[in-house]
Ligand binder design. Structure first.
Ligand SMILES: Cc1ncc(COP(=O)(O)O)c(C=O)c1O
Length: 441
């Protein structure tokens, strides 16, 4: 390892979703990035096995995005999005609509995945109200779902640690589907597991309990990323679509992770051939170069809300930075790269090699499951007795020390590289995890 560089004062920054005390005792600081690599402040090159936080899908510091954002900040640093606009926000919405499933071409801009989720939930409520079904207020999420950190998102989310400190203050009319993760049935599945489609029928049970007339929307991640890569069983999402449509309930796909090529298509909706009513996105939409998010809705949903008001503001919602000029410039440049380089097809083409490389870890110490879809893999470890999460944390640190960035949630290692990765780099990631696994107890 190179000599450590001078550290900044670490005391003032309260870090998000971080073990602050441990981090500050053993900091990992990044100083630069290019293509597939980060550079740490001590000058080491670190292969990015996670596309940052599942977001830098086109690779780091892409020249076209850098140029577009630089030009924009010198030209139009900010423009209000309320009662005013600027051309790039409209062009960015057109570009986003162009990669969404057919008919989902009305786009609302936000700044993050959390804001996209809260926006989508509000659109669902506003839609039913506009149609005279204002009693449809109940929202159904799923256990182990992650939908960001707004009060809406944690209410429909199903990650206990993210909820428990706030449990007295969550949205009241919420219920949850069971999650679909089952190692007894599905361990070491390649692609979508065969078992579990029937778990979607639990929605019928919730509908029988609450009555469809009280339910506004069901929100799920088509593939759950943050909870540790939970791949939907074959037929599961199709059934959710069928049941929601039959009962007039909106289906929201939270595609903050799966959008923009992660599975080898523009969206998971396209990948699975299932069109929901609302899609949330963020992360890859701007290659994470500027914070940005969006919600795509079916045209009828937009028209129902906008058409319900004769004049004046139709939807009392929005952010100071909705459609920010820098975000719009980044989105336009990013979508242009995806299209020109055909990166979603590239991800699709690499996915078999990626799957084979991931599954070489079957039989490695502590590994109880390997699962994958597109350019995502989850490697689940048996927890160390009395210290859940410790093994995966150590694997993460050992990989980082060896120059490979992976992610961990509990005892699950997640790999989700930029879509520009090559086969050697795929090999390097899984070999490095394999070496690290041999060293942890
Ligand atoms: C599915 C999903 N929804 C929402 C979010 C929240 O996004 P953000 O952190 O940009 O608020 C995430 C973040 O990982 C996510 O994976």
């Amino acid at each position: 390892m190179n000599a450590p560089a001078t550290l900044p004062d670490l005391s003032h920054l309260w870090m998000p979703f971080t073990a602050n005390k441990q981090f500050k005792a053993q900091p990992r600081l990044l100083a630069g990035a290019s293509g597939m690599y980060y550079t740490s402040i001590d000058g080491r090159r670190i292969l990015d096995g996670t596309a940052g936080l599942w977001c830098v899908n086109a690779g780091h510091c892409r020249e076209e995005i850098v140029q577009a954002v630089s030009r924009q900040i010198g030209n139009l640093d900010y423009a209000p999005g309320f009662q005013l606009g600027h051309p790039d926000a409209f062009d960015a919405a057109t570009a986003v609509a162009g990669v969404m499933p057919q008919g989902m071409d009305r786009i609302f801009f936000t700044n993050s995945g959390s804001e996209s989720v809260d926006t989508a939930l509000k659109i669902a409520l506003a839609y039913h109200r506009a149609r005279g079904e204002g009693q449809r207020v109940r929202l159904i999420g799923r256990e182990r779902g992650y939908h960001g950190v707004g009060f809406g998102g944690i209410s429909v989310g199903g990650i206990v640690a993210n909820r428990k400190a706030f449990s007295g203050a969550l949205l009241p009319a919420v219920d949850h589907l069971p999650h679909t993760h089952n190692l007894e049935k599905n361990a070491f599945s390649r692609g979508q597991p065969a078992w579990g489609a029937h778990l979607a029928d639990e929605l019928e049970r919730l509908i029988a309990l609450h009555d469809a007339s009280t339910i506004a929307a069901v929100i799920v991640e088509p593939m759950a990323g943050s909870a540790g890569v939970l791949i939907p069983p074959k037929g599961y999402l199709e059934r959710l679509r069928e049941i929601t449509a039959r009962h007039g309930i909106l289906l929201i796909f939270d595609e903050v992770i799966t959008g923009y090529g992660r599975l080898g298509a523009a969206t998971a909706s396209e990948f699975f051939g299932i069109t929901p009513d609302i899609i949330t996105m963020a992360k890859g939409v701007s290659n994470a170069a500027v914070p940005a998010g969006a919600v795509a809705v079916r045209r009828e949903i937009h028209d129902a809300i906008v058409g319900a008001t004769a004049s004046g503001i139709e939807f009392f919602h929005g952010y100071t930075y909705s459609g920010h000029p820098l975000a719009a410039a980044a989105i336009l440049a990013t979508l242009d790269i995806y299209r020109r380089e055909d990166l979603f097809a590239r991800a699709r083409g690499l996915s078999a090699k990626f799957e084979a490389a991931a599954h070489t870890l079957q039989g490695a110490p502590h590994v109880v499951d390997v699962r994958n879809l597109g350019l995502v893999a989850g490697i689940e470890l048996a927890p160390r007795e009395g210290a859940p999460g410790a093994r995966a944390t150590e694997v993460f640190q050992k990989c980082f020390d060896r120059g490979v960035l992976v992610r961990f949630t509990g005892d699950i290692i997640a790999v989700s590289p930029p879509l520009i990765i090559n086969e050697d780099q795929i090999g390097q990631i899984f070999e490095t995890i394999g070496q690290a696994l041999k060293e942890v107890q």
